[in-house]
Design a protein around this ligand. Structure first.
Ligand SMILES: *Cc1c(COP(=O)(O)O)cnc(C)c1O
Length: 380
């Protein structure tokens, strides 16, 4: 067993509490489903679920049976919504782990209904409605048929109706979201006319929760905000332009490593694979034991910075599988095994997931969710 990890992630429990307080305030008296799919957006499913056990959170939203089982193994006894597809052959798990599946196929409903009758056990399902994202969801024209199938099974309970917005974080213009909301409401009316009385309607991701009151209904499904990140610049700007304060969300994750070698290289020396960086003067380098295997994206090559002793050190050369090199010429007193911040705040300096996403040409969601599951997570 290794006692000195070379790279690790720290989860700030106080910051999580702060973000949850914000979410609760925005949610009012509605139920909260915390999205912990994708290893809790890279933060560590076990660590985050364990922290949420003590919080006023009503649901967890996971993507798979595996994640649902992990949440149960952590002691989560409350509601568990699976937003991802569960293979027909694995639907037994709905009863074993008490999962509330998201459904939109007739095959899923029939299989669930049949299993429910076999086990004489109720299954609470959430029907996902296609409103214009054209991802998962039942098309409005097929709702009547799919619910007729559901009606045949007395143990199936239509607990929720949901949809997901296509264009809420990428724009300050909410006309497409409004269109989807109208589609959703029409479907809800149709379903009620068919004699169903679902308990919860839910549509709101973080951006909707932050900006769009009408989307909240009875249950909200925030993910990224829980981890202290804004869904996008547009969401942040819209929120601020309405007079909202900028301190409502605090990132809860720090990703760290240690210096494993310090060396001086002469002027005109090449650094790393492909000789993509060449020094212009005598340069002091620190070698760090992280790479794209750990989730430090290769597109950060020659672009990113890390923080050492409270100062920024620029990356030199390409990101390797397990290593990167950074320039510490202007940072005094760096020693072997000194800790380094790859992501997060260190004193007055900060490398945000948003900054990293800009360097890598992606979104903060991808930066955090792809942090390797093998990196140890510590709650601080
Ligand atoms: C991931 C997910 C969310 C959470 O989205 P955020 O933008 O992270 O708040 C909500 N609903 C569904 C269906 C999701 O898959």
């Amino acid at each position: 067993m290794r006692h000195t990890p070379l790279t690790w992630i720290e989860i700030d429990v106080a910051a999580l509490g702060h973000n949850l307080a914000t979410i609760r305030k925005l949610a009012g008296n509605r139920l909260i489903a915390a999205a912990v799919k994708a290893n809790a957006y890279g933060h560590g499913l076990r660590e985050i679920v364990t922290l949420l056990l003590k919080e006023r959170v009503d649901y967890l939203a996971v993507n798979s049976v595996e994640e649902a089982r992990m949440a149960r193994a952590c002691g989560w006894t409350k509601n568990l919504l699976c937003v991802g597809y569960i293979p027909l052959g694995d639907l037994d798990a709905v009863f074993e782990a008490n999962i509330e599946p998201t459904v939109y196929n007739r095959e899923t409903i029939s299989r669930l209904g049949w299993l429910a009758s076999k086990y004489q056990k109720a299954a609470s399902i959430h029907l996902k409605i296609e409103t214009g994202t054209n991802r998962q969801g039942i098309e409005p024209g097929k709702i009547e048929r799919i619910l007729a199938a559901a009606k045949k099974y007395p143990f199936l309970h239509l607990k929720g109706l949901s949809t997901h917005f296509a264009n809420i974080e990428d724009t300050t213009d909410h006309s497409y979201a409004s269109f989807q909301l109208r589609q959703f409401k029409a479907a809800v009316r149709q379903i009620r006319r068919l004699g169903f009385k679902p308990d919860y309607r839910h549509t709101a991701c973080s951006a909707a929760l932050l900006l769009f009151e009408e989307t909240k209904f009875e249950l909200v499904r925030p993910g990224i905000a829980l981890y202290g990140l804004w869904p996008s610049k547009e969401t942040y700007l819209s929120y601020r332009l309405r007079g909202g304060s900028n301190d409502i969300l605090t990132p809860i994750l720090k990703w760290k490593t240690r210096v494993i070698q310090i060396k001086e290289v002469p002027p005109d020396a090449f650094i790393g694979y492909g000789c993509t960086y060449r020094t212009t003067s005598k340069t002091k380098l620190a070698v760090l034991p992280v790479g794209y295997y750990d989730g430090y994206d290769r597109s950060l090559s020659n672009l990113a910075h890390v923080i050492i002793n409270g100062k920024r050190a620029p990356l030199r050369g390409r990101v390797c599988m397990n290593l990167i090199m950074v320039d510490i010429t202007d940072i005094k007193g760096v020693k072997l095994e000194d800790s380094v911040t790859l992501l997060g705040r260190d004193g007055a300096e900060q490398i945000s997931a948003d900054q990293m996403a800009t360097w890598a040409g992606t979104v903060n969601y991808e930066i955090i969710s792809r942090l390797s599951t093998q990196i140890p997570r510590f709650v601080v």
